[in-house]
Design a protein around this ligand. Sequence first.
Ligand code: ZN
Length: 194
Amino acid sequence: MLLMKDVIREGHPTLSARAKEVELPLDDETKQTLIEMMEFLENSQDPEIGEKLGLRPGVGLAAPQINVPKQMIAVFTTDEKGEKLYKLSLVNPKIISHSEALTYLPGGEGCLSVDREVTGLVPRYKKIRVRAHQYLPETDEFRKIELRVSGYVAIVLQHEIDHLNGVLFVDKLVEHLDAEPVVFKFEEEEIEVK
Ligand code: ZN
């Protein structure tokens, strides 16, 4: 089981390196890593389990954050309306197109690998199209997918895909942004991207 001690922090060389493409088909060890990454996110968002294990709540985790330099991410969140749930274990994800328009999280972003308080906004594309392989642990299926997402989920995916390119959100901070922020229907403390 992954815990906070397994999450490497800002300054670790793996976080600023480009992650390697995952070879397909997936081997058992890689599948297990994907399962543990998702389990971490689910545990972190469960108030009881999260507190017991001392986890910071997270909606996304990239493999380099647990010092596995491979192109894999896990995302577990709803959209900004709280309507649609995204539970994604993605391998070799790529942004294949994006809107001109930008957006941002009004409260700024957060990251499990960044412990300090950071002020500033992170410019993100409002809409993106992502091509990836998705692993479905329940059925041990693996399939090619193309996702079209906007707003909050697009921001989470961009934050996680940045990790695969050795980029942290703190590398992208601006003071002001001429764009429309994501508007949430739920409490702000729940919306940090990790
Ligand atoms: Zn992060």
